[in-house]
Design a protein around this ligand. Structure first.
Ligand SMILES: Nc1ncnc2c1ncn2[C@@H]1O[C@H](COP(=O)(O)OP(=O)(O)OP(=O)(O)O)[C@@H](O)[C@H]1O
Ligand SMILES: [Mg+2]
Length: 362
């Protein structure tokens, strides 16, 4: 087993800077998710750790050893790709054996490892089949099997579930998480799906445009996003944002369609910034319909309904507060109509304030 450390890691393709100054420590046995929008550099970072891409600056350590110049096969890692990359002409058994054969593993040992991996993944009945005779989920399991038979120190996953349908993705997500917990192998898992990140990671590292935005446990990121990017990226439906100004000695938040008192916990930060432009963030679950008790202090704001989406157990309401859109959930008792004017309660203890200029959390 081994932890992975990235120190001031950089990658350039010619003039293009894809990754800059990336510092990240993944503990031994940890499940770290690297998440960010398409093109932010996730695969590039992972490929550098795997040794498939040269490093332009900084260091990569695996198990305390700098591996910048160590070839991929000597890094003791196993990578699972989005495309599975199974050998189509080989049976499942041969696919599982392939990496072991290259390492000249004795046949008896190979049989034992393949049987064990196949049992863990529930593919023991499929060992004689070719990849084309398997479903997407089964192929995914074989790709995982090929990684686990090798008993590497580190697993690297690059969007391994994105070819699966939604239902299978949820199922495989749970399976991978269980498997990792059971094997205790240090894992770096790349995805652009924030739900996958939230549900799978011990910790999440959020990347945007090649720069690390925040690292932390899923709920830490959810409850205390360090900046607007993380606030907007994590959570579904996403956080609502309003442009506003601090007034009254920093004691009030004045937005276009409403005004709110600054909660006590934020007063110290706002007092020094009276008159400053801020962005207010409010998660949908902290906008509570009238008649339901809010948690902690709350204040009412007027909204105009654009559209309501009944989902059975709840209604997602898309409305407007002033000019800004606001999304919230309500119980399915009555579905508001287009143009309805309502009041909703904002839970003040759950407000997020960001500096409008730096976009950092206050
Ligand atoms: N070989 C290359 N030469 C030039 N630019 C490249 C090369 N490989 C990747 N890039 C660029 O680097 C950036 C990051 O690419 P990368 O594949 O790491 O993104 P990603 O975060 O994995 O995105 P996705 O979620 O779409 O897979 C992109 O802008 C991409 O166009
Ligand atoms: Mg990628």
């Amino acid at each position: 087993m081994a932890g992975v450390v990235l120190r001031n890691l950089a990658k350039r393709f010619g003039e293009t800077r894809v990754i800059e100054g990336l510092d990240l420590e993944i503990q031994d046995g940890e499940f770290m998710v690297l998440v960010g929008p398409s093109g932010c550099g996730k695969s590039t970072a992972l490929r550098m750790i795997a040794g498939l891409e040269e490093v332009s600056g900084g260091e990569i350590l695996i198990g305390g050893r700098v591996v910048n110049d160590v070839p991929p096969k000597d890094r003791d890692i196993a990578m699972v790709f989005q495309s599975y990359a199974l050998y189509p002409h080989m049976t499942v058994r041969e696919n599982l054996e392939f990496g072991l054969r290259i390492r000249k593993t004795p046949q008896a040992e190979m049989d034992r490892l393949v049987t064990e991996a196949a049992q863990v993944l529930g593919i023991d009945a499929l060992l004689h089949r070719k990849p084309k005779e398997l479903s997407g989920g089964q192929r995914q399991r074989v790709a995982l099997g090929r990684a686990i038979v090798r008993k590497p120190s580190v697993f690297l996953f690059d969007e391994p579930l994105s070819n699966l349908d939604a239902k299978l993705r949820v199922q495989m997500r749970a399976e991978i998480k269980k498997l990792q917990a059971r094997l205790g192998v240090t894992t770096i898992y790349v995805t652009h799906d924030q739900v996958e990140a939230m549900t799978m990671g011990n910790r999440i590292a959020v990347l945007n445009a090649g720069k690390l935005q925040q690292v932390g446990a899923p709920l830490e990121l959810y409850e205390r996003p360090a900046n607007l990017f993380v606030a907007a990226f994590i959570g579904s439906p996403p956080m609502n944002f309003f442009k506003a100004r601090l007034e009254g000695g920093g004691g009030r938040i004045a937005a276009a369609g409403f005004s709110l008192p600054v909660p006590a916990a934020l007063r110290a930060a706002t007092a020094a910034r009276d008159g400053a432009a801020v962005t207010v963030g409010i998660r949908p679950e902290n906008v509570v319909e009238l008649g339901r008790a809010p948690r902690g202090e709350s204040a009412r704001i007027p909204v105009t309904v654009d559209i309501a989406e009944p989902l059975g157990d709840e209604v997602i309401v898309h409305a407007r507060a002033g000019e800004d859109p606001v999304v919230f959930r309500q119980a399915p008792h009555a579905i508001p109509g287009i143009g309805d004017q309502l009041e909703v309660q904002v839970e003040l203890d759950h407000l997020h304030l960001f500096d409008a200029e730096t976009q950092r959390r206050l």
